[in-house]
Design a protein around this ligand. Structure first.
Ligand SMILES: [Ca+2]
Ligand SMILES: [Ca+2]
Length: 310
């Protein structure tokens, strides 16, 4: 008698448990379809199906699947590698579609190589909250998925390196110095402008370069990071030709960065660089590094230094 009651209670508890877990996978709220809406621009695959539930099951089998659009008139589903939370700007009305967020075992964005994120901020939006650490990104090197560090408190992949501002002048080997605080692997550097300016000739002041197009063409940036031995890190496509002044070496162009841009974000290094605690780097004005036409140069730029750690 007692055994039969215990058995009945166990069955009841099991049924209740399965009902709860089906409604609330992972303890979170269940995702119902949102009729008349779709996520645009993130479709990685499609499938002909007679009913949306077939698509929901298929979505659960693919790590990339974050959500899907059901196309009512075509009996087709579009699998998305993003959710509407990650890309609210792409969530739009569409009378012929319904949107479903993946209900079970959705893989967090950026947590696996097949599902790289575009930024730390995107991960935070997608997952609601996220801890600082390593995630996969598609934006470090085009065409490949690369592991990189996210500081979720600052929403950035960048770690600040200096404490006091790092300042560099334009003549007399007045380079700036910074030293690495954390060992690791670095993809790139950026300098964030604080104050001052440098000039390559009287009247030609700027934060990072020399705006004399006749001399430098479009390669007017001249701020260079070097090792302690003053050999330059390959953080930009440096000019190799000399147009007669001898100054063009170490001048360069970076898309979207002018000589007075508040952030000088360099290119990704050709291969990631290991650094150690205390390792010294220098920041040079290119003309000063080349000892080229220094006499009429002047000024000083101060900046914060950030590194993108793997
Ligand atoms: Ca010099
Ligand atoms: Ca000069």
């Amino acid at each position: 008698m007692t055994a039969r009651i215990v058995f009945r209670i166990s069955v009841l508890v099991l049924l209740l448990y399965s009902a709860v877990t089906q409604k609330c996978p992972g303890g979170g709220p269940s995702e119902r379809s949102i009729l008349g809406w779709m996520l645009q621009g993130h479709v990685y695959d499609t499938l002909l199906a007679e009913r949306p539930f077939t698509c929901v099951l298929k979505c659960r089998e693919d790590n990339r699947c974050q959500s899907l659009n059901w196309v009512i008139s075509l009996l087709t589903c579009e699998f998305n590698n993003r959710t509407k939370e990650a890309r609210p700007e792409d969530f739009i009305r569409n009378p012929d579609r319904s949107y479903y967020r993946r209900d079970l075992e959705r893989v967090p964005l950026g947590s696996i190589q097949e599902l790289p994120a575009e930024s730390c901020d995107e991960i935070k939006r997608s997952e609601g909250r996220a801890v600082s650490g390593k995630y996969w990104f598609s934006t470090v090197k085009s065409g490949t998925s690369v592991l990189a560090h996210c500081n979720m408190d600052t929403n950035e992949n960048w770690k600040k390196i200096n404490i006091d501002p790092v300042c560099f002048g334009a003549r007399d080997d007045s380079y700036g110095v910074f030293k690495i605080k954390d060992s690791g692997v670095i993809y790139s550097f950026k300098l964030v402008y604080l104050n001052g300016s440098v000039s390559c000739a009287p009247g030609f002041y700027s934060y990072w370069g020399c705006h004399i197009p006749s001399q430098y063409k479009d390669k007017t940036l001249l701020t260079v990071i070097t090792f302690k031995n003053n050999s330059a890190l390959m953080l930009a496509d440096y000019e190799k030709l000399d147009y007669g002044h001898g100054c063009q070496y170490y001048s360069y162009y970076i898309e979207g960065v002018g000589v007075n841009h508040p952030e000088l974000q360099f290119n990704i290094l050709p291969s990631p660089m290991s650094v150690f605690v205390g390792q010294e780097f220098h920041i040079w004005f290119g003309a000063d590094l080349k000892n080229c036409s220094e006499d009429n140069n002047s000024g000083q730029t101060c900046a914060d230094v950030y590194a993108w750690y793997a």
